[in-house]
Every structure is written in C-alpha cells, then in structure tokens.
Write a protein that binds this ligand. Structure first.
Ligand SMILES: *Cc1c(COP(=O)(O)O)cnc(C)c1O
Length: 307
C-alpha cells in the first residue's frame, strides 16, 4: 500500500455556524490530509493499484489539488507524475507543491476541461495511468470518508454539504453511504454559478464529468443542488475562518455557503466537508482579508493600532 497516512480526519463541531443556521453543524476537516486536500484518500488507492499493475508514470489533469496529490503519491511509489494544469488558473501553493514533489508540471493553453480530454486520451493510449476521478480507484478510496462519518456518528447524518466541481467526491460519498447501510443523508451540493470563472479555482470546471451521478444523488436523497456566487463563497469562507478558526481554500466553503439555500429542518445534523487547505491559495486569501498595518516598535503606537 502506497500511503502517507491519509484519512481519519477530525470531525469538529461548528457552534457559531450552528447558531447562525439553526442546524447541528459539524465540519469534516479533509484539509488535514497529507497534501492538504481530500484527494489523497483516492490517490492512495489509485497510485497503489497503478504501481501494482506495473505502471511507470501517472497522468492527470487538475485544477491543482489532484496534481499535488498525484505528485506526492507517485514520488512515494517511485513513479513519474505528469500533471496538466490550465495555464494561469491554478493557485500558487498547489503548483509549488506539485513542482517540489518532482512532478512534470505542464501548463496547458486551455481550460481544465480541455486538459482532461488530453489526459484521458493519453491514458487510453497506454504508458500513463490516468489518476483523475474517472479512475474508479479514486472513487473507491474517497468513499471511505462516508464510512468514517458513519463510524463517528453511529449513523449517516441528516445531510452532507460539499462542494461540487467535477462531482467525483459527491459520487464517492453517495457510494460510501449506500455501502455503510446506516441511512442516506440529504446531499447538498454547492457549485459555482459561474463555473468557468469562479474565484474558487478548485471547482473551476465547466463540464463536470460526474454530473449524472451527482443529480441522481441529489434527487434520490431529496437534497439540493445550489448555485453560489463568488460573494457567497467568499462570505462562507470568511465565516469559517473568522468564526470557527478553520482556514480553508475558497472552494471548500461551498458546502457551508449552500446551507443558506438548503431548506433543511431546524436542528438537522449536517456535516460540511471542508475539502482543501487555505494555505493552498494565499493569493485569494490576502486579496479578501484585512490589510496588514505597519507600525513602529513602540508600545503606544501598537496599542493605538490594535484598537
Ligand atoms: C477537487 C476539489 C473539489 C471538487 O471535488 P469534485 O470531486 O471535483 O467535485 C472541491 N474542493 C477542493 C479543495 C478540491 O480540491
């Protein structure tokens, strides 16, 4: 098994969000996986199986986190990692990670969707194992998060709220809850209303490959597919940081942002999946946070500036 200790992430209460929404809100801190996103759960399985099958190189298209995760697990397995990222559209921390971990990082002059089409084609030609979520091993690994929640709570929560980019994670949770056999939560999936241009680069995906399965999960569980503006995403991102002390990347706040439109009964127990770490995207963080104030090393000046 190629592992870096992924999974077993904390599930913490969110008392201020709970009071704000009138719900029992818990946060599943998937940002605490080894490379800083939930992608590691699926990547561990995908890279283990690829290595066992004799692959020499893995390939993926990525909005950033899949690239960082593939790079880490490939390094661990002694495989090459080729990662295709849309030019100029990936957060700096993720690119730095993939490069530091030794991946071949190729900036594609095009969108994520075009990069994925090219990666699929190269996967089919052989020579590269595709480790996007089209690879069923990714879904299998990520489905363990639902099993973990059922173990922690004793049953499925009333609702699960998560960001919807390509939809692989939604599909994985749905499968995991079905397998666990302790009830199905209502699926509340938050997607960017401007999919192609959202500030939340991790979910900047115009054509989600798992859209049918996501719609099925939402309909079968009486859930909601919620469209979110950048203002709503950043608003929820700020609440998580400044009221709960959880610094995630903007896409990861989509589940929390979606709660405002989910129509859940008061007191419902909802788990929000916090998918990626805030340090991945410091550019967006500093653009949307209070400015730094310069002061002299003088106690009175500092006390005055502290307010
Ligand atoms: C990949 C990713 C998503 C979207 O997950 P999908 O499986 O594509 O729907 C959301 N948030 C973060 C931080 C991600 O890296």
């Amino acid at each position: 098994m190629i592992t870096l200790g992924e999974g077993s992430t904390p599930l913490v209460e969110a008392p201020r969000l709970a009071a704000r929404y009138g719900l029992d809100v818990r946060l599943k801190l998937e940002l605490l996986n080894p490379t800083g996103s939930f992608k590691d759960r699926g990547m561990a399985v995908a890279v283990t199986r690829a290595a066992a099958a004799g692959a020499r190189a893995v390939i993926c298209a990525s909005t950033g986190n899949t690239a960082a995760s593939a790079a880490a697990y490939a390094a661990r397995a002694g495989l090459r990692a080729i990662v295709l990222v849309p030019e100029g559209a990936v957060a700096g921390g993720k690119l730095a990670q993939a490069r530091a971990l030794g991946a071949v990082v190729l900036e594609v002059r095009g969108s994520f969707d075009q990069a994925l089409t090219a990666a699929r084609e190269l996967g089919e030609r052989g020579g590269f194992a595709l480790v996007n979520s089209l690879n069923p091993d990714r879904i299998e690994g990520q489905s363990r998060a639902a099993h973990e929640l059922v173990e922690e709570l004793g049953a499925a929560p009333d609702a699960i709220a998560l960001p919807y980019g390509g939809g692989g994670n939604t599909r994985a949770y749905y499968r995991g809850f079905v397998e666990a056999g302790r009830g199905l939560p209502r699926f509340v999936c938050g997607q960017a209303s401007d999919r192609a241009g959202t500030v939340a680069s991790a979910i900047r995906i115009a054509e989600p490959v798992h859209s049918e399965e996501v719609l099925d999960a939402v309909h079968e569980t009486d859930g909601r597919l919620v469209e979110l503006s950048d203002e709503e995403l950043l608003g929820a991102w700020r609440l998580l940081a400044q009221e709960e002390g959880v610094f995630c990347e903007p896409a990861s706040a989509a589940g929390v942002a979606a709660l405002a439109h989910a129509g859940l009964a008061a007191g419902s127990r909802v788990v929000c999946v916090i998918t990626g770490h805030g340090l991945k995207d410091t550019e967006t963080a500093v653009r949307n946070a209070a400015p730094v104030v310069a002061v002299d090393p003088d106690p009175d000046a500092i006390a005055a500036a502290a307010g």
